[in-house]
Design a protein around this ligand. Structure first.
Ligand code: FAD
Ligand code: NAI
Length: 471
């Protein structure tokens, strides 16, 4: 240890990026502290993101299965009765257990938790409340927060116009809910309240939901959500929301301009994206700039332009995902310790945890064709519908498909996309295959257990070769 500093490493932020970086740094023998302004550890993900949203998705999925006839079709006759307080209770229990788990891991690994928001004084010194802490290396892992929509004021306490945090804890099922933004949050939390009885309309600015995902997958997902009862208004923007009493009044316009339309709702969810947290960090005092999107740029090793200052997670470019932040957390700690920490940003899965789940890794078909200079013949695609997968069909889960995208010449897998009840779990196989540079033939000739949803992955790979068995 360098005794001129209080710590070898100080991590700012205890989300999946920061807490993982701190634990890894401590495991590597570095004296480590982690500053966190929230009352609990775990960041957005554990407190108001991944975990509580999955708690509500899981519970509401059971409710829906009982309410929508799925259970009945399997010979289980029940009339579900919603106890929303209890559903929220199990959400809070999940958050409580996991955030305390991080506290335990900090103690176990001797990471000091500095409670409070950190502000840089210089590149090796931060102020946290009244305390000044110095460290040889400092990792910025301050994450992101909700992007506001001009003209729309969020008030989570009131519960009429909310962001994702408010939408996780609504005290009552809204009769009518409008979701602004057909991205991951809008579809996940819109699904939760739709399942519990709300009439949900999703307003999306672009001509299709889930931007960034494969074209077929986007279209097919929307069809499935529509069948489940979510209404979509594509190519539409919300120009304003006013609240009168317990009702929200929305004004909408076609994205390319045109006649204004109005709508009424009991709840409006603003979910148009998230933006990096850098305000109040004192980046000026260390001469660190953010880019046009407000992100901190780093090199491949997660070094910023300021010596001794590193950055990871939602505050740097790339997908805003917990597992991406975690992997960067491990890599940055290894790099600080003088090892070679690497994240393969080309193979980061993304998953929407609806039913069915929507997942993908690698390039979309559109990106693969673009990368081939626009030549469609250089890209091969194989698809297999879940309807033809024996396990999905038996389980009454016929919606979705698997799509394998490969290089037409080398057969190397470029991307895999799936809509399936367990697509989030299935996509791990796709990630491993791509990490090992697999061809679609490699997947097609790997024995997959029967009957599993994963067989659809094998059959989609066989379809790239032109010869699936079951369709
Ligand atoms: P964060 O988790 O945002 O953590 C940053 C922490 O830093 C915060 O706790 C903040 O209080 C603290 N902080 C900020 N500034 C300071 C400061 N100056 N001093 C001290 N502390 C500071 N991702 C997935 O992969 N899967 C999902 O299922 C998923 N679901 C989500 C659902 C919702 C509703 C939301 C909102 C997000 C979801 N995400 C999901 C995204 C995921 O939460 C983020 O990608 C992830 O949390 C980013 O981790 P991070 O460590 O970079 O930042
Ligand atoms: P998002 O970026 O996923 O989606 C935002 C959507 O809003 C886009 O479709 C966009 O075109 C649309 N939009 C933007 N401005 C609009 C406007 N004015 N009117 C109508 N539509 C508009 O952002 P979201 O859903 O808020 O999620 C934020 C982040 O959190 C995402 O980057 C995501 O990675 C992460 N997250 C991940 C989850 C997961 O991995 N399962 C779950 C939830 C969030």
């Amino acid at each position: 240890a360098d005794h001129s500093f209080d710590y070898d490493v100080l991590v700012i932020g205890a989300g999946p990026g920061g807490y993982v970086a701190a634990i890894r740094a401590a495991q590597l023998g570095l004296k480590t502290a982690c500053a966190e302004g929230r009352e609990t550890l775990g960041g957005t993900c554990l407190n108001v993101g991944c975990i509580p949203s999955k708690a509500m998705l899981h519970a509401s999925e059971y409710f829906d299965a009982a309410a929508n006839g799925t259970m009945e079709s399997m010979g289980i006759e029940v009339k579900p009765k919603l106890n929303l307080d209890k559903m929220h209770g199990q959400r809070l229990d999940a958050v409580d257990g996991l955030t305390k788990g991080i506290e335990f891991l900090f103690k176990k690994n001797k990471v000091d938790w500095k409670k409070g928001y950190a502000t840089f004084q210089d590149a090796h010194t931060v102020k946290i409340g009244d305390e000044t802490v110095t460290a040889k290396d400092i990792v910025i892992a301050t994450g992101s927060s909700v992007t506001p929509l001009p003209g729309v004021e969020v008030d989570n306490a009131k519960g009429v116009v909310v962001d994702s945090t408010g939408a996780l804890e609504l005290a009552k099922v809204p009769r009518k809910m409008v979701v602004i933004g057909g991205g991951v949050i809008g579809l996940e939390l819109g699904s939760v309240w739709r399942r519990l009885g709300a009439e949900v309309t999703c307003v999306e600015f672009l001509d299709e939901i889930l931007p960034g995902m494969d074209g077929d997958i986007r279209k097919e997902s929307r069809k499935i959500f529509k069948k489940q009862g979510i209404e979509f208004k594509l190519k539409t923007k919300v120009t304003g929301v006013t609240v009168k009493g317990k009702k929200a009044h929305l004004t909408l316009e076609p994205a390319d301009g045109g006649d204004e339309e109005t709508m009424e709702a009991d709840c409006v969810l603003v979910s148009i994206g998230r933006r990096p947290n850098t305000e109040g960090l004192g980046l000026d005092s260390i001469g660190l700039d953010v880019n046009k999107r407000g992100q901190i740029e780093t090199d491949h090793d997660f070094r910023t332009s300021v010596e001794g200052v590193w950055a990871i997670g939602d505050v740097v470019p790339g997908p805003m995902l917990a597992h991406k932040a975690e992997d960067e957390g491990i890599a940055v700690a290894e790099n600080i310790a003088g090892q070679t920490g690497i994240v393969n940003h080309a193979v980061i899965p993304s998953v929407v945890y609806t039913l069915p789940e929507i997942a993908g890794v690698g390039l979309t078909t559109e990106q693969a064709i673009e990368a081939a200079g626009g030549d469609k013949t250089k890209v091969k695609v194989g698809k297999f519908p879940m309807m033809a997968n024996s396990r999905a069909k038996t389980n009454h889960e016929p919606d979705g498909l698997v799509k394998v995208i490969a290089d037409a010449e080398t057969d190397r897998v470029l991307g895999i996309w799936a809509i399936a009840s367990v697509a989030g779990t299935m996509i791990a196989e796709a990630g491993i295959a791509m990490e090992f540079g697999a061809t679609s033939e490699d997947i097609a000739y790997t024995c997959h257990a029967h009957p599993t949803h994963a067989e659809a992955m094998k059959e989609a790979a066989m379809a790239v070769q032109g010869k699936p068995i079951h369709i």
